[in-house]
Design a protein around this ligand. Structure first.
Ligand SMILES: C[S@@+](CC[C@H](N)C(=O)[O-])C[C@H]1O[C@@H](n2cnc3c(N)ncnc32)[C@H](O)[C@@H]1O
Length: 394
């Protein structure tokens, strides 16, 4: 793994000191989700809040919007169908907008070709990181300056939102609980977290007997699966993604919600052979599983259990509009054709991006798209899920 710069290591040490203090204050142990929340989102120091470069070739990872406008094109086509069918205002709400590329592409594609104006378009962004919000503003100002006045950064969920809500790779960045089966009884679960060890108080992984609430969540997973997980089986449960999903579902008064991320339905997520879960860390395009490595300098993610997301949204009153892999969603939205105006180089780049976005060995199958909506939107079969729809798997 490449060695971080001295400045980056200083940020990491300051964050480590804060995490250690939190562990002490909580009696010597905190659960993994509390650790993940701190190392990703502590203001100024956490991975998503500090100034280190995260996105692109010089950063830690690449997401679909960085591969060109294909994803934005598909999202705009799908959203246009919902906007027209339900007479929605042209309002967008994007969660966790990263470097602002997807927002910029959606706004560019929404410009009316004749007048180059954004009549009625409002683009709200809810971003936890002040540093990323500044980067998003810079990207939009550089790529679509005329759209900047249509963009509004929010610090909390709006009430009674009408329009289209989107989130690309947001669910995987939410803190997860890590549980382990340690027997066969309903109370025989461990919860993993972090503690301090040795004279210099090194942060180490430690398990503790799971609380009644965590046992209940873990037992609910087994009930959903209709089978028990074997003793020693360790995996994640994202209670925070489920809680977020409920909240977002309730704030949508009329419209649709489109989420894209890597993950599986519950049967695949908790497949018997996936004995160590799905947690992954990313630093400078190296992927590994040591979440304690230089806290604050690496991304920590877990795959998404889309069955849990579906349960949360539908219990909160939304209807499922579709669930498919990314390749099918992009194909269904006719987003794979290069523009005739493109020059040879742009067309070659486009083909490379299409391969990455749709190939089974890259992002085409692992990445899924799920959409929910209110009644008026649900009456129309959604364009993006015409073929390869998989809601039966949830
Ligand atoms: C992996 S990055 C993806 C960024 C961007 N969407 C993209 O596709 O490039 C995860 C993003 O999710 C954001 N995030 C995580 N939890 C969030 C929440 N509860 N509300 C809003 N944003 C959140 C992070 O701040 C970060 O911007």
């Amino acid at each position: 793994m490449p060695t971080p710069s001295p400045q980056a290591l200083e940020v990491s040490r300051a964050l480590e000191a804060q995490v250690s203090e939190a562990i002490r204050l909580h009696g010597g142990w905190i659960p993994f989700d509390a650790f993940m929340e701190r190392v990703l989102y502590t203001p100024g120091l956490g991975y998503y809040s500090n100034a280190t470069r995260k996105f692109g070739a010089q950063g830690d990872f690449i997401t679909a919007p960085m591969l060109g406008p294909t994803l934005a094109q598909a999202i705009v086509r799908q959203a246009s169908q919902w906007q027209a069918a339900a007479n929605l205002p042209l309002h967008w709400l994007e969660f966790g907008a990263g470097n602002g590329q997807l927002a910029a592409d959606i706004l560019r594609l929404s410009l009316s070709s004749k007048q180059q104006c954004l009549d009625g378009v409002r683009y709200y962004i809810l971003e936890l990181s002040a540093d990323l919000a500044a980067l998003q503003r810079e990207t939009i100002a550089r790529l679509v300056p005329q759209a900047l006045e249509s963009v509004v950064w929010l610090s909390q969920l709006p009430e009674n939102f009408e329009g289209v809500i989107i989130g690309n790779e947001v669910l995987d960045a939410m803190p997860v609980k890590i549980v382990e089966r340690c027997g066969t009884g309903p109370q025989e679960w461990l919860e993993w977290g972090v503690a301090l060890e040795g004279a210099n108080g090194q942060i180490v992984e430690r398990s503790a007997p799971a609380s009644a609430a965590v046992q209940q969540a873990a037992n609910a997973v087994e009930t959903y699966l209709g089978r028990a997980l074997a003793p020693g089986y360790r995996s994640e449960i994202s209670l925070s993604a489920v809680a977020w999903m409920r909240e977002v579902s309730t704030c949508l008064k009329k419209g649709a919600l489109l989420l894209l991320d890597y993950g599986f339905d519950a049967q695949q997520f908790y497949a018997p052979e996936r004995v160590s879960g799905t947690l992954m860390c990313h630093y400078r395009h190296h992927a590994h599983t040591n979440a304690l490595w230089h806290v604050g300098l690496q991304d920590i993610t877990a795959h998404v259990d889309f069955s849990a997301i579906w349960s949360a949204a539908t219990q909160a009153g939304l209807e499922l509009l579709g669930y498919a892999n990314q390749a099918n969603f992009l194909m269904n939205c006719d987003a794979l054709v290069a523009s005739e105006d493109d020059d040879a180089l742009s067309r070659a780049r486009h083909h490379q991006a299409i391969f990455k976005l749709t190939s089974e060995s890259e992002m085409g199958e692992l990445f899924k798209v799920i959409a929910f909506g209110t009644k008026t939107v649900a009456d129309v079969p959604a364009l993006g899920f015409r073929r390869g729809e998989r809601s039966g798997w949830l």
